[in-house]
Design a binder for this molecule. Sequence first.
Ligand SMILES: NC(=O)c1ccc[n+]([C@@H]2O[C@H](COP(=O)([O-])OP(=O)(O)OC[C@H]3O[C@@H](n4cnc5c(N)ncnc54)[C@H](OP(=O)(O)O)[C@@H]3O)[C@@H](O)[C@H]2O)c1
Length: 288
Amino acid sequence: MQTILITGASGFVGSRFFRRWAGEYTILAPSHAELDITDRASVEGYFAFHTPQTVLHLAALSNTAYCEQHPEESYKVNVLGTENLARAAAARGIKFVFFSSDQIYNGNLETGLLSECVAVAPENHYGRHKLLAEQRAFEHAPDAVALRATWMYDDEREGLPVHPNFVMNFQRALHEGAQLTFPVREYRGITWVKEAVEFLPRTFSLAGGVYNYGAENRLNTYETACCYFEMLGRSERPESVIIADADRYPEHERNIAISNEKIFAASNGAIFFSDTLDGLRIFAESRK
Ligand SMILES: NC(=O)c1ccc[n+]([C@@H]2O[C@H](COP(=O)([O-])OP(=O)(O)OC[C@H]3O[C@@H](n4cnc5c(N)ncnc54)[C@H](OP(=O)(O)O)[C@@H]3O)[C@@H](O)[C@H]2O)c1
């Protein structure tokens, strides 16, 4: 059985990866206390005693607002932590696969689905640190695989950790009788984490490089929310729950919607994400 080291095993993606794949791989899943990725000596020490075939690096400070307020901490975990792991993995010939983010595109002015080839200039610390993490990882490990993931969602049904996400925000608002505001000038893919986790082992054999990872979406976030609301079959009028915010992102539309053509082709069609609306529909059906 192949041995995989995952970081961030207690997190949103890591906990789901572990539950889905534990029977099919030997998974090393050290806690933050057992392996602090920001501590280079701790990382080197860990690899002295463990020899996985693949490192799947999921640990991060993943909250963009928190990173904006704590840039030094974000740099330490998101950039140096990734670099420490990439260096240690590359020195031992271990494949290094890690999560980057679609937030790398948040300074882009292009419209339509973005490919990995576009020049990027992220506008917040999280995006800049994810970009820097990619660059540092490739300096050490040219055959590393960076997955620029979209925003992901799930609910609490599996009893695994969740943080605020598209479907949970809806659940909470509907439960509390509150309204939700969605930006009209924002375009982004939104992916059921189950799909992202399902395809992860197929990323281990990809050639080194950057890959968009997740659902495409041609609708803006407000339109996406209206469509999802309809799928829920609620009796409330959509406008009593969903508010359009046309003022957010006044400087330029925020388009971080990804094209996933590259990973589809590179995996010979083995990695095929549902479009955002299709994914939401499948998710909504699974919860009825
Ligand atoms: N969730 C999304 O929608 C989304 C979207 C795009 C990209 N991503 C990226 O996908 C990856 C996984 O995200 P996620 O949502 O699963 O994150 P998460 O739920 O916030 O989990 C982060 C994990 O990292 C661990 N961690 C933090 N600092 C650490 C350190 N110094 N050393 C070792 N472990 C540390 C945490 O452990 P403790 O809790 O014990 O500190 C936790 O297990 C991240 O790279 C994230 O940036 C996520």
